[in-house]
Ligand binder design. Structure first.
Ligand SMILES: Nc1ncnc2c1ncn2[C@@H]1O[C@H](COP(=O)(O)OP(=O)(O)OP(=O)(O)O)[C@@H](O)[C@H]1O
Ligand SMILES: [Mg+2]
Length: 380
């Protein structure tokens, strides 16, 4: 008798403690029946405590929640270990988030096994966490945006500077080159030199000077305003660039062209030709032995896209950071200036376009050019 009274006192004391706590306390049996419910709050319980006791969770709660809770109860009993879960429930106080903790209870032989379940309202914390997460995402988005703008600015300035530099140097070299070229041509036409080797030297020099003049002419136009350009069919530029390349193409290299329907683009045609020929030449140079170069054109969202791909050796991640920088080359001294991509990027930039690199699936590279579509006129 005395023992019973002491046990009752202990139980009452525990109950008083539980009621004083902000948490909800449930005792559930293995079938999910509420044996006991203690809460200091009426608005956090799904239904009033006296209406829950004796009911099965599946008779009171939404199906999904009841399933989850019963599963947790059974896992607790099976493992004889405490479980922690987060869940949300629509209660009189609104949609609240809870953290539930379970522990197996020792029961008398023959009784159904039981679990004690304590739930804590974590809605405030959850809200804070969500807001914090959103803030972090927003901040890192803003940071990325800032970085991109900064890089674009640096690139624009760099391009402007390279353009000015190249155009300036070309302008300065133009006059002496013209004098050399003119005089060489006079020399070549004039004399029947007694020494035949001299004639050949002069003829070679004329060819070299002509090439130099052409390069200079192209460079001089770097300062030209793109709005002076005409509406150009990029397929023609591509064809011209390709025919310039074909002579020097190794026999094992195939070129596959997929022409989309693209509108004309306002551009300085020979600069665009130069871009294509730089990319095509790089593609050809990246292929050892057999391989293929693909060119694919298409239009989309007011832009014209040209993909130049190759099955070549690809580009190392280490080099990628410097890919479009001037004077960056992996070729031996004297073989490449490392200017092809920098010049191409600059030309495209001045045309309101861009070039980007990506790895080709299955090995090799893809350079994607995008340019603003200049008009609605369809080219074929
Ligand atoms: N399609 C490609 N496949 C593999 N590597 C490439 C490709 N295109 C460019 N590269 C790498 O990028 C480097 C820079 O190319 P870029 O055209 O700017 O200069 P270059 O070809 O070295 O010299 P230049 O074009 O001035 O003669 C190349 O040396 C090469 O290593
Ligand atoms: Mg190159």
């Amino acid at each position: 008798m005395k023992r019973n009274t002491r046990a009752r006192e202990g139980e009452d004391r525990l109950r008083a403690v539980a009621e004083a706590l902000p948490d909800l306390l449930f005792v559930l049996d293995e079938d999910g029946t509420y044996i006991d419910v203690v809460s200091s709050s009426t608005t956090l319980l799904y239904a009033e405590a006296h209406r829950l006791v004796g009911q099965r969770m599946h008779d009171v709660l939404p199906r999904e929640s009841a399933d989850l809770f019963l599963r947790t109860v059974r896992e607790t009993l099976k493992s004889q270990k405490s479980r922690i879960l987060e869940y949300s429930l629509q209660v009189p106080a609104g949609r609240r988030f809870f953290e539930g903790r379970t522990a197996p209870l020792r029961t008398k032989r023959g009784d159904k096994r039981r679990v004690v379940w304590i739930s804590r309202d974590i809605t405030e914390r959850k809200g804070l966490e969500d807001r914090l997460r959103a803030q972090v995402a927003k901040t890192s988005r803003a940071y990325r945006e800032l970085k991109r703008t900064q890089e674009q600015l640096v690139r624009s300035e760099k391009f402007a500077l390279i353009g000015m530099l190249i155009a300036g140097v070309a302008h300065e070299l133009n006059n002496p080159l013209n004098v050399m070229y003119g005089n060489l041509k006079l020399l070549a036409e004039g004399a029947s030199d007694p020494d035949p080797r001299r004639g050949r030297f002069i003829a070679d020099a004329v060819i070299a000077a002509e090439r130099a003049r052409n390069v200079m002419e192209e460079f001089r136009t770097f300062a030209r305003d793109v709005s002076d350009g005409e509406f150009v069919d990029l397929h023609e530029c591509l064809e011209e660039a390709l025919s310039g390349l074909r002579g020097g193409l190794a026999p094992g290299i195939r070129v596959v062209i997929e022409r989309g329907r693209i509108p004309k683009v306002r551009c300085i045609a020979h600069q665009m030709r130069q871009v294509f020929s730089n990319l095509l030449r790089n593609a050809a140079e990246a292929i050892d032995g057999d391989g293929s170069i693909g060119v694919k054109t298409r239009a989309g969202r007011g832009r014209v896209i040209v993909d130049v791909s190759d099955t070549g050796r690809g580009i190392s991640p280490d080099f990628l950071k410097r890919l479009f920088e001037p004077f960056q080359t992996t070729k031996p001294v004297g073989q490449g200036m490392g200017l092809g991509l920098a010049v191409s990027a600059m030309i495209l930039h001045r045309h309101g376009g861009a070039v980007a690199y990506r790895r080709r699936k299955g090995g090799g590279s893809v350079f994607r050019i995008s340019l603003p579509a200049g008009s609605t006129t369809e080219a074929t």
